[in-house]
Design a protein around this ligand. Structure first.
Ligand SMILES: CC(C)(COP(=O)(O)OP(=O)(O)OC[C@H]1O[C@@H](n2cnc3c(N)ncnc32)[C@H](O)[C@@H]1OP(=O)(O)O)[C@@H](O)C(=O)NCCC(=O)NCCS
Length: 147
């Protein structure tokens, strides 16, 4: 298994990116300025995109594991990689996500705790309502992990 940075043709992984962020023009807001990594284990299983948000904050903008490979520890492995690679250069690893039972428990398992939220982020920035588990996502919930 290896994790490598993707510097060009990041849209080759659009299928995975869209799993975590279903509107492509929202992905375009961070894809170029972000650093992208893929985890390869006999094929690409997981990707993530991170950005430097200043003041020692590193943000995960997108993380997704291929559907048939979920629940096998790949995304946790990606988080561990970020912590070991960036832990000495940043003080906080944060992520913004919908208030959904599909994502929040994963981050909590990885040691993130809720910090703040942006009310109405999903309703104001996406061109259509986004549902997860039958619940409409409204606010962006931020979770943070100390590095
Ligand atoms: C969220 C996601 C990235 C997790 O990836 P994954 O590779 O399946 O996660 P892992 O197998 O590394 O899980 C790590 C831990 O979190 C737990 N976990 C993952 N998803 C969970 C969920 N929905 N509910 C409860 N626990 C969950 C796992 O059981 C595991 O716990 P363990 O260490 O005790 O075994 C994956 O489900 C995904 O790609 N979802 C679609 C895209 C998305 O929503 N991305 C996040 C939005 S930014």
């Amino acid at each position: 298994m290896k994790i490598a940075e993707v510097k060009e043709h990041k849209k080759e992984y659009l299928d995975l990116l869209l799993l975590a962020d279903e509107q492509e023009d929202m992905i375009d807001r961070y894809l170029d300025r972000g650093k992208m990594y893929i985890l390869d284990d006999d094929g690409v299983k997981c990707e993530c995109v991170i950005t430097d948000e200043g003041n020692g904050v590193l943000e995960i903008k997108n993380i997704a594991t291929a559907p048939e490979s979920q629940g096998k520890g790949y995304a946790k492995c990606m988080i561990d990689f970020l912590v070991s690679t960036y832990g000495s250069r940043y003080s906080i690893l944060q992520v913004g996500t919908g208030d959904s039972p599909l994502t929040i428990p994963f981050y909590e398992k990885c040691g993130f705790v809720r910090s703040h939220s942006i009310p109405g982020f999903f309703t104001e920035n996406y061109d259509h309502p986004i549902y997860e588990c039958g619940v409409q996502l409204i606010d962006m919930v931020y979770l943070q992990k100390k590095l």
